[in-house]
Ligand binder design. Structure first.
Ligand code: FES
Length: 156
């Protein structure tokens, strides 16, 4: 059994007060749980459900529907690389190969040292400066192989 920190409990209670129903508060509450535990484990779903008084099946339904929720443990840093049309035209597929060959980072996978996980995204709103990616919450655009090396060096 896992428990939230007192700070997180207060944050989720505050979120709950902003919404007309507990179900409506699920999206931000799950995000807060993910931030606290790193991913949404079965125990994290139980904790959110208990706190909001929402059936666990509803919470899991929401958390497994949206791509921004992590339903398995990931590396310390999550690389979200867009491979949609604009990024693909400007070389994203080559960057996927680069990450695989240089870092051992496969789409949906995690490096052996647990440093990075790679998630392939479908447009992150930077089509004009493609290819683009996020590392955790940090945004990067106009990517090249050299630039990716510089970026990833910052994340240990
Ligand atoms: S297609 Fe990659 S950011 Fe839009």
């Amino acid at each position: 059994m896992i428990t939230f920190s007192q700070t997180t409990i207060k944050e989720i209670e505050e979120i709950r007060r902003k919404y007309p129903t507990s179900r409506a508060a699920l999206l931000p509450a799950l995000y807060v749980a993910q931030r606290e535990f790193g991913w949404l484990s079965p125990e994290a779903y139980t904790a959110v459900s208990d706190l909001l008084g929402v059936p666990e099946a509803i919470a899991r339904g929401v958390g497994t529907f949206y791509a921004m929720y992590r339903n398995k443990p990931l590396g310390r840093h999550v690389v979200q690389l867009c491979t949609n049309v604009s990024c693909m035209i400007l070389g994203a597929e080559r960057l996927v190969d680069f990450l695989k060959n240089k870092y051992g980072l496969e789409p949906g996978g995690t490096t052996a040292d647990g440093r990075f996980s790679l998630v392939i995204m479908e447009c992150i709103g930077a089509c004009g400066t493609a290819p683009a990616m996020l590392v955790n919450d940090d945004f990067y655009e106009n990517l090249t192989e050299k630039y990716i090396d510089e970026i990833l060096e910052k994340y240990r």
